[in-house]
Write a protein that binds this ligand. Structure first.
Ligand code: GAR
Length: 219
């Protein structure tokens, strides 16, 4: 089986990276991680990748005069590694329009809210301030606007009365490692059809975009 070559972009801890690496160890997983890039030197995720034998690079946005030059360096590194898909896994930089268009439909991102609600930074504080009763996480195909694009997989968690941004983040982080490997598997195995703002799944996997083990049953 030819596996799709994936580059993962991180900025920090790397728990989503770890989940993707674990999934990719299965022989029947349709993707392999060929490069991990961090824009932050010393990011913990870099150690996880090194220990797993995956090549890493640090490409700091601070070393470039503008976003376009930084994006071009990312693009070059990914192409040199032969990557054809990209996973943003806690990558805390906005990619420019050119990168998003050059890699159209080939970049995934995970965000800790039920998009399109609560994009951007400080997500959990905004969720708590808004008083919503459910939050979660979303894996979506990247478009140039922040945390925007066709949704592949979502998982929901209840917001509890005494939640803090930290407790809510921790509860959501428990589900993220289930969502990202599923989304990458769907995309890498060619099961995703994108039409306008919508991503739909091929008939055989219809309905699998909802990860919600303890949640409501699907209709
Ligand atoms: C995750 O919670 C992810 O959803 C979030 O950053 C964290 C990264 O954790 N991403 C964003 O907020 C992107 N807008 P990790 O480094 O342990 O995977």
């Amino acid at each position: 089986m030819d596996r799709v070559r994936v580059g993962v972009l991180i900025s920090g801890r790397g728990s989503n990276l770890e989940a993707l690496m674990a999934a990719a160890r299965a022989p029947d997983y349709p993707a392999e991680i060929v490069l991990v890039i961090s824009n932050v030197a010393g990011a913990k995720g870099l150690d996880l990748a090194t220990r797993a034998g995956i090549p890493t690079r640090v490409i700091s946005h601070k070393d470039f005069p503008d976003r376009a030059a930084f994006d071009a360096a990312l693009d070059t590194a990914l192409r040199e590694a032969g990557a054809t898909l990209v996973c943003l896994a806690g990558f805390m930089r906005l990619l420019g329009e050119k990168f998003a268009e050059d890699w159209r439909d080939r970049v995934l991102n995970i965000h800790p809210s039920l998009l399109p609600a609560f994009p951007g930074l400080d997500t959990h504080r905004k969720v708590l301030e808004a008083g919503v009763k459910i939050s979660g996480c979303t894996v979506h195909i990247v478009r140039p606007e922040l945390d925007d694009g066709p949704i592949l997989v979502q998982a929901a968690v209840p917001v509890a009365e005494g939640d803090t941004p930290e407790s809510l983040a921790a509860r959501i982080l428990e589900l993220e490692p289930q969502c990202y490997p599923l989304a990458l598997r769907l995309l890498a195995s060619g099961q995703v059809r994108i039409q306008g703002r919508r991503a739909s799944l091929a008939a055989a996997s219809a309905g699998t975009g909802l990860v919600n083990p303890a949640g409501p049953k699907r209709p």
